[in-house]
Design a protein around this ligand. Structure first.
Ligand code: F6P
Length: 342
């Protein structure tokens, strides 16, 4: 059997570990051969392939990024996309596809599998950890470690100058990275997209921190939004879900804090640093297990499924269900962490 593999959407540490797991087990145990598709769905759409065999996956376990390349190409929006994918798979004699991606990439796999008879198995990935069907996605742990290290470093420079340090982390719709790194890094304020924040309350927390002779660290997820009325109209935009967004929330916060408290504030935007570089040991472990189980799904002919982590077990869930709902931070959990604010 010949199996195609692709990685789509934003890259994330651990993608190469999944690819290695799939290929190693597929070749050694099942005698499969593989075709790598370049740049997500663009590969099967255009028939753009890369060699994928045991030598190709040697040494890639600790490497960040993806040896296959990635893109956000959506074949359902391309002219004649489904027919072109089916024709390319037939021409290359590819009988199954392992699709490694987030919500959008796996959403396409769910439809191709469910509605158009393309046999797909999904593997979830995103640093945002916002896919509901799995307890954790690989990439998240690495991103949290990077953000935590940054917060640790920012504490010392904040203390030296007695300034407010605002750290903007990734997370458009879910505040998991902010919550975990903020707690691990001892932040004094954590702001997430799930809960609109009150800038006056943030300033009170900042001021009370200074009163206790500490310099405050404010961790904010990029998708966090102030309460209506705190933003002026020019600050607003709408995201792809139609939700109100404030672009550059980190910079906005630092300016508002300075204006309202009279304290000096600076912003650090971590951006893609959180997505680059070598995966943590946990992410290598999870990604490898996802790869091994994904190729088992192919071997069992269990298509239209996605592998997922439940406690310490890897389970199979329907792809359609896996992409139906985002996992956001529960208000109860946010409240629990709130004891450290201010
Ligand atoms: O991978 C998800 C994510 O990291 C989001 O948190 C972030 O908003 C987005 O990707 C950035 O994507 P891009 O690399 O396309 O700018």
């Amino acid at each position: 059997m010949r199996v195609g593999v692709l990685t789509g959407g934003g890259d994330c540490p651990g993608l190469n570990a999944v690819i290695r797991g799939i290929v190693r087990k597929g070749v050694q145990e099942y005698g499969y051969d593989f075709v790598g598709f370049r740049d997500g769905w663009r590969g099967p759409l255009e028939g753009d392939t890369v060699r994928l065999d045991i030598p190709a996956v040697r040494g890639i376990l600790p490497r960040g990024g993806t040896i296959l390349g990635s893109s956000r190409t959506n074949p359902l929006k391309a002219d004649d996309g489904i027919r072109r994918i089916k024709a390319n798979l037939a021409k290359l004699d590819v009988q199954a596809l392992v699709v490694i991606g987030g919500e959008d990439t796996l959403g396409v796999a769910a439809r191709l599998s469910g509605e158009y008879g393309v046999p797909c198995v999904g593997v979830p990935k995103t640093i945002d950890n916002d896919l509901a069907a799995t307890d954790y996605t690989f990439g998240f742990d690495t991103a949290v470690n990077i953000a935590t290290e940054a917060i640790d470093r920012l504490h010392t420079t904040a203390e030296s100058h007695m300034r407010v340090l605002v750290v903007e982390v990734m997370g458009r719709h879910a505040g998991w990275i902010a919550l975990h790194s903020g707690l691990a890094g001892g932040a004094n304020v954590i702001l997430i997209p799930e809960q609109r924040f009150d800038i006056e309350q943030v300033c009170d927390w900042v001021t009370s921190r200074f009163r206790a002779s500490y310099a405050p660290i404010v961790v904010v997820a990029e998708g966090a939004v102030p309460k209506d009325g705190d933003m002026v109209l020019k600050d607003r935009s709408l995201d792809s879900f139609g939700h109100v967004r404030l672009s550059g929330v980190g910079e906005w916060l630092a300016k508002e804090i300075e204006k309202r408290t009279g304290k000096e504030a600076r912003t650090t935007v971590l951006g893609h640093v959180q997505r680059g570089g070598t995966p943590s040991a946990f992410d290598r472990w999870l990604a490898t297990r996802f790869g091994l189980h994904a190729i088992d799904c192919v071997h069992d002919g269990d298509f239209g499924t996605m592998v997922a982590l439940r406690a310490t077990d890897i389970v199979r869930v329907p792809l359609a269900e896996a992409t139906a709902r985002l996992k956001t931070v529960d208000p109860g959990l946010y409240q629990e962490i709130g004891v450290f604010f201010g």
